[in-house]
Design a protein around this ligand. Structure first.
Ligand code: PBG
Length: 330
């Protein structure tokens, strides 16, 4: 397939000028490829910085108008909502997840009322923002129960759909949850609500700053290795994706991002469905601190996002989305 040889072939010819490099560019990044995560806190008129994630804030629901307007103006198609639930609303069972006046529900209603369908809303489905032990499901003898957890996740999904959520994103890694959630949504006439499955979610050490931001770090005593994937594995990720597609997932997520580009590429090659990537909090803070300490130039952000596109990602959840979209202007 590859023909030609030096000296008649010189690949540097096409790299000589900017116009020429543009013509042979194989991948592109635009604002339409980005999803912006937003952290929520209780209270009024609050914009709170997050120590572990410089430049990222938690907003009270009444402040969301400004943020989301900004996102829409930057042509970013979707926001992802993450609640930082106060400790007094957490319990062993994650009951707050089913409260129609919890932070996420109020935020969905607020955004949809103001901005209608000019922006997509995606919400995580998992119990960790609401449990006192910080795990994504119900615990018995320190083990997360699969089927009992799904019973709650189904209700959490339906509630979010009823509030106006467009994309339900189960991030809990329970077996069989996509199928049960799909059936439950359909039974309740929410056929058009999409499911973005966090099909391939690794038990990663790159989630630290996020857990700090939503307050699950201090409560989480152990790790999530008995439900999230082992980061040594590839084949298992393909089995996860195959199952979730059969169960009705519209899109799948690979998470974390940059250290897992090989997985994005393999999933895309094997299944030809929309694969999304999550450039997680640890990746964000590492790059951000590198820039702050002048170890790397801020163009490293654009490079990191383009690499996701090269690997085959259709879209990227990134805390850099807003900054980059402002610069991209497309
Ligand atoms: C919760 C959830 C996590 C992240 C997104 N949803 C943390 C976890 O699984 O412990 C991490 C995102 C990030 O690090 O940016 N299920």
């Amino acid at each position: 397939m590859i023909t030609g040889k030096y000296p008649s072939l010189r690949l540097r010819r096409s790299r000589k000028y900017n116009w020429s490099r543009k013509l042979v560019q194989e991948n592109n990044l635009s604002s339409g490829d980005l999803i912006y995560p937003i952290f929520l806190i209780e209270g009024k008129n609050k914009k709170q910085s997050i120590k572990s994630m410089p430049g990222i804030y938690k907003y009270s629901v009444d402040k969301l108008g400004v943020v989301v307007k900004n996102v829409i103006n930057c042509k970013i198609p979707m926001v992802a909502l993450f609640p930082s639930t106060p400790d007094n609303k957490k319990d062993k069972y994650g009951n707050e997840s089913l409260n129609e006046n919890n932070l996420v529900c109020r935020a969905i209603r607020f955004i949809k009322k103001r901005f209608k369908n000019n922006i997509g809303i995606m919400c995580d489905v998992a119990l960790d923002p609401y449990t006192s032990h910080g795990h994504d499901g119900l615990l018995k003898n320190n083990y997360v129960l699969n089927d009992k957890t799904i019973d709650i996740l189904m209700k959490q999904s339906l509630l979010q759909a009823q509030m106006g959520c467009d994309v339900i994103a189960p991030s809990d890694m329970m077996d069989g949850r996509v199928g049960k959630i799909r059936k439950f949504l359909d039974k309740n006439k929410y056929h058009d609500v999409q499911i973005l499955s966090y099909a391939v979610k690794y038990a990663s050490h790159f989630y630290g700053p996020f857990r700090d931001a939503v307050g699950s770090k201090k409560s989480l005593k152990s790790n999530k290795k008995n439900y999230q994937m082992d980061f040594s594995n590839i084949n298992e990720s393909l089995r996860e994706v195959a199952l979730d597609i059969k169960e009705g997932a519209d899109m799948v997520m690979v998470k974390p991002g940059l250290p897992y580009l090989d997985i994005i590429q393999k999933v895309k090659e094997n299944f030809k469905i929309p694969v999304l990537a999550y450039q997680v909090s640890g990746e964000y803070s590492l790059i951000k601190n590198g820039i702050k300490n002048k170890l790397i130039n801020e163009d490293a952000i654009f490079e990191s996002l383009m690499c996701f596109k090269r690997a085959g990602a259709s879209a990227i959840v990134s805390y850099f989305s807003l900054d980059i979209a402002k610069k991209l202007k497309i």
